[in-house]
Design a binder for this molecule. Structure first.
Ligand code: KG4
Ligand code: ZN
Length: 381
């Protein structure tokens, strides 16, 4: 028996993301039997994400209606950027260059696979820090060129929205997907892979950005989201009534910069004593801030679900790891008869596994990217 790869039936442009598509059946995921018939087979996809400050590689097995994550290695750069209170792009790309080979090697090793077992490579093309993206993309292109393994560039936000398919019980389409990360806060109607309609997005700061900036202003450290999540556990969420920006009843857009400024103004009006805020007041401030963010996210998302006459909602992105957001979304949705799907926290923050889910979907349809594919800091979805 021999495997049939890379057979292009015809070519056409795919969206405007610089991909090549085979229109008829994908032969990539088929194998040729001795009797001349084609049979579906499983394929292994190596996925890479270097969109921001995590170098990540994963191996995913896909095929015959079965999807299994064989490895997912994430190397965090938090210790590099912590002292600057945020990601320093130049340092991030240098660190990716150092880490990419060991991380990919580890992902293959954990999956007990070698490059000769890999059928396709999926890599984040954007959005993100362009210097960081270029490391992963150039590496994937070089690997593809040297080995002949086809590769596909994918959208990082689409990757986040696909993370839920790493779970045991993924949702059926259609549903409303909320992406809440450090760079994005958007709501989508999801009718299938490649079938997305954006319902709204932030007009200024992303939710994660607001968490990070508030934490930085209060001198709490980086990244702010997990720190505020932890401190809020002992705070009073009703201690300070911060604004809940709604932007009108029928708008599914968000705005978090006014809320962030309200926290800054509150802290200026109630300055910390020389030894710093007592733990209790600090926890009350961040808990009240988190309460306002979560209330807006839950309300708008559920409004969007009802507006679309749907009954399912999926959360994704780093802020979807927030314990209060997860709990409140579950509580309020269940009261309204809406089912909530939450990726495990490790699949909410940046990871290559989610890029592999999406890459496998495209690769099995015969979609590939050309070597001229570029990285883009903003890549609309
Ligand atoms: O998805 P992600 O890892 O990277 C981007 O694509 O941006 O999201 C990172 C963001 C950061 O702003 C971080 O503070 C936030 O997600 N985050 C959290 C939590 N964990 C990560 N925000 C709130 N609560 C958390 N537990
Ligand atoms: Zn992300």
């Amino acid at each position: 028996m021999m495997y049939v790869k890379n057979l292009f039936v015809s070519r056409s442009r795919f969206n405007n993301c610089h991909c090549e598509e085979t229109e008829a059946i994908s032969l990539f995921s088929m194998r040729l039997l001795r009797n001349g018939r084609l049979e579906k087979r499983q394929m292994l996809v190596l996925a890479i994400d270097t969109s921001c400050d995590d170098t990540s590689a994963a191996v995913i097995r896909e095929g015959g209606g079965d999807r299994k994550l064989l490895s997912n290695v994430v190397s965090s750069q938090i210790s590099v950027h912590q002292k600057y209170g945020g990601v320093v792009p130049e340092l991030a790309s240098r660190k990716h260059i150092e880490s990419i080979v060991p991380i990919v090697t580890e992902a293959l090793g954990t999956a007990k696979a070698t490059l000769s077992d890999i059928d396709g490579i999926a890599v984040t093309q954007g959005p993100g820090l362009v210097g960081s993206l270029l490391v992963g993309l150039s590496f994937a292109k070089a690997l593809s060129f040297a080995t002949g393994i086809p590769f596909i560039g994918v959208n990082h936000i689409e990757g986040h929205l696909s993370a839920i398919f790493l779970e045991e019980e993924p949702p059926r389409f259609p549903y409303v997907g909320l992406v809440v990360s450090g760079g994005h806060t958007s709501l989508y109607r999801m009718d299938g892979f490649e079938k997305y309609t954006r319902l709204g997005q932030t007009r200024d700061d992303a939710a994660g950005e607001a968490f990070d900036k508030v934490a930085k202003f209060l001198g709490l450290g980086y990244p702010g989201g997990p720190i505020i999540d932890r401190l809020s556990g002992t705070g009073n969420p009703k201690a300070v009534r911060f604004p809940r920006p709604s932007l009108g009843k029928n708008s599914f857009d968000f705005s978090f910069s006014g809320l962030k400024t309200a926290v800054v103004n509150y802290a200026r009006l109630h300055p910390a004593p020389p030894e710093g805020y007592p733990e209790e007041s600090l926890c009350d401030i961040v808990s009240s801030f988190q309460e306002a963010v979560v209330e807006v996210l839950v309300k708008k998302t559920l409004q969007a679900v009802h507006h679309q006459k749907l009954r399912r909602v999926v959360l994704s992105g780093g802020v979807a790891a927030n314990s209060h957001l997860r709990q409140r979304m579950l509580e309020e949705a269940s009261q309204q008869g809406v089912k909530v799907y939450l990726p495990s926290p490790v699949f909410c923050t940046d990871n290559a596994a989610m890029i592999g889910v999406l890459g496998a979907e495209y690769l099995k349809k015969g979609i590939r990217s050309p070597y001229s594919l570029n990285a883009f800091s903003s890549l609309p979805l």
